[in-house]
Design a protein around this ligand. Sequence first.
Ligand code: HEC
Length: 293
Amino acid sequence: MRHAIPAWIRILVIFLIIVGLTEFFIDSGGNFAFIEYPMLQVFLLVVLLFLIAAEMILAAIENIMFKTLSQEAKERYMAAHEERMKKYDLKVIYRKLMGTRPISEEGDLELDHNYDGIKELDNKLPPWWIYTFYATIIYAAGYMAYYHIFDGEDQVMEYEQEMLAAEIAIEEYKKTAPDLVDAENVELLTEPSEIEKGAAIYQANCLACHAPDGGGGIGPNLVDEHWILGGGIKNVFHTISEGGRAGKGMIAWKSTLRPLEIQQVSSYILNLQGTTPANPKEPEGEVWVEEGE
Ligand code: HEC
């Protein structure tokens, strides 16, 4: 009872400080630390119980000490205590913030007007309203200084910065993500390991129609210089990924093979150029000449 601040406020404040500290020191990304780490909830609960227990022990000790006081000292103590506690009485706080005056004092507030019997009171603005209003003025001053004097970042700038960061991130991602190859940016692979992977894909999917050595069968010869749908890595990639002409039997492989795999098998086929298959099919299509050659 000796304390100026009620126990529940003390407990709340200390507890919130501890929660704040955990948030400050534990890196939990965008989430609250106690949501990210459920163990922390247990810890905080124990802390809370401990704080309550400590307050109860303190209160018990004070109670014992209180009993040792003389009757007169007890009365003085109680009076002072009650006076202090009024500050924290929610009813008192509420009445202060509303600034209302008891009905018995209304006579003092009455204005001189008399509108056909309707009288008007001259109530002061409630303190909560006044203080909120002052707060908006202070906020506005800070706002104006930040955005109009010191050129703080506004939405447009933030948007542009985020877009820029995103573009950089996309470029980074493209560099490391081979699955983003398409007919526009595909390049011929020359690494033997890549060609081998392409060969494996070819053996698994393509030899039935194009023959194991690319000499052709149902599908055209893939090792000669003639191409129906265009030669070069870009056209070959496009044909394999999107398929041949309708009804000819060459399906679009993009639903089966990943872009990187199409790039590998395309590179494998082009690597076969100039070899001599066992039973070459007659050339079909035009002789392909790479642009710029
Ligand atoms: C069911 C048979 C069949 C399978 C399986 C098949 N193809 Fe074809 N392929 C064809 C036919 C038919 C054509 C001719 C398409 C056209 O004329 O439009 C063709 C065309 C092609 C062409 C274009 C040739 C040119 O002259 O322009 C390429 C490249 C090709 N196939 C690669 C592949 C690859 C790689 C695979 C395996 C992933 C494969 N094909 C699987 C039947 C097949």
